[in-house]
Write a protein that binds this ligand. Sequence first.
Ligand code: GLP
Length: 234
Amino acid sequence: MVANMIAAQVLLKPDSVLGLATGSSPIGVYADLIDRYQKGELDFTQVRTVNLDEYIGLGADHPQSYAWYMRHNLFDHIRIDRSNTHIPNGLETDCQKECKRYDRIIRSLGGVDLQLLGIGPNGHIGFNEPCGEFVRGTHCVDLSDATISANARFFESPDQVPRQAYTMGIMGILQAKRIVMIAMGRGKAQAVRDMICGPVHPEVPASILQLHSDFILVADEEALSLVHPVSEDD
Ligand code: GLP
């Protein structure tokens, strides 16, 4: 379903700006897009991409970096101009410089047409962690203990999970024309409920998506298990 939405976007606007996400949720979507590309149904030569986030301290050749993930799961298998693909530079130690550079890139692309999102078990989007305020622009984040342990499954041990990351800010995400989120499994149920049913609050960063006019959630039954259907009495 999500691959259909992305395919439609690219077919209707071949130079679309796609906001891309990492994690386990979008892997099937990328595999489906590769399949369509190989069948000659999709052309990515004019597509521009901007990724949500990157771990600080991991270079593009580190197998757990998001730059590596994107090459391995998508870019290496389709014809796309690599200079049109953007990911924060995890090896840049000057945080201010990198955040400004990334926000300039997002602006120069004219905003995102379709933003793909996952959701962290604590309600984070990108690496916008629960905190006292919504942060607008690209910024450097101290990862929460919850995120470090949720993402430890990709590393040999929790000690190896980087403690910081660069992430696109809430404004970069909200400015996308359309946002599509994938949420799968029981581990996401509370976050999905808080996102949809709770107040819009920076302690649940995904709750800001309630304010977007074109937000689509694609979820399985387990992820939706705590969201109760509205009854006539509600
Ligand atoms: C990471 C990424 C997020 C992603 C989340 C969910 O923390 N920074 O962008 O949405 O994981 O990952 P998964 O899809 O593996 O559950």
